[in-house]
Design a protein around this ligand. Structure first.
Ligand SMILES: O=C(O)CCC(=O)C(=O)O
Length: 247
């Protein structure tokens, strides 16, 4: 698995979890949204429309607020896969919920997670678990194979997509197109990518289906955060979101 990961910048396990485990995770998530989410800080819960609670699109740090999701992040096969592909101990950082509500779910701009992380060295991975069937209609994930091997990060700029504030400004080269790999799949489909791998997802064009997923961010134990750079970035991001009345 780590050979494929090193060569491509991602791995796919289809599926990682069978139907029964996916039913359990989905039921726990419904409980979380009903009982835990209302008490979360506003900076960690995003809606497509803040005045319409049915448009929940993203939540941060689920493992901090709930024991079930803490165990899924820290003690499941997912953290084992993260350690295996990085070749060092995976340190859990953030368990996120990513939804694209039916009809209105925005695209995920092409980006490299490491651009947001402020790490040196940039040793980190993100796991992505489909909670329901995903395809080109409701916004499956696309990777650019081998894009983790570039020097540093490609240029990013403001995307105006809540939750993905930065996107590549030079995306769409011949190389990007030629090396794009798409991942439609059933619920339980699991992807993991290097923090330098370029990835994106389309808008949800289905009038009826949502596109729910969980994202699991781990840093390698050798990665150190540049705290000053990270704090400055976070403060600017939150000020921007408040100014736009998005949070
Ligand atoms: O779910 C999505 O559309 C994007 C997820 C993503 O960018 C990530 O997990 O790093």
């Amino acid at each position: 698995m780590s050979d494929t990961f090193n060569a491509d910048g991602f791995v796919a396990i289809t599926p990682l979890f069978e139907a029964e485990k996916m039913r359990e995770i989905n039921a726990e998530l419904d409980r979380y949204i009903r009982d835990v989410m209302p008490g979360m800080p506003v900076e960690e819960v995003y809606f497509e429309d803040r005045n319409d609670r049915s448009t929940l699109k993203q939540m941060q740090k689920l493992s901090v607020y709930d024991e079930y999701f803490r165990a899924l992040m820290e003690e499941s096969v997912i953290s084992d896969i993260a350690s295996a592909v990085m070749g060092e101990k995976a340190v859990p950082q953030n368990l996120q919920y990513f939804n694209k509500p039916a009809g209105i779910g925005q695209p995920t701009p092409p980006h490299q997670d490491g651009y947001y992380f402020h790490l040196s060295p940039c040793k980190a991975v993100t796991g992505w678990l489909a909670l329901e069937p995903v395809d080109s209609e409701n916004g499956c994930i696309h990777y650019v194979r081998g894009s983790h091997k570039g020097d540093g990060f490609r240029p990013h700029g403001r995307s105006n997509v809540l939750g993905f504030s930065q996107g590549l400004t030079d995306f769409g080269t011949d190389d990007d197109t030629a090396n794009t790999v798409s991942f439609p799949g059933a619920e339980g489909t699991f992807l993991m990518h290097d923090a330098r791998t370029i990835h994106w997802a389309g808008a949800n064009q289905s009038p009826t289906r949502s596109r729910r997923a969980l994202g699991f961010v781990y840093f390698g134990e050798s990665a150190k955060v540049d705290q000053a750079s990270k704090a400055g970035y976070k403060a600017k991001l939150e000020a921007d979101l408040r100014a736009q009345a998005k949070i």
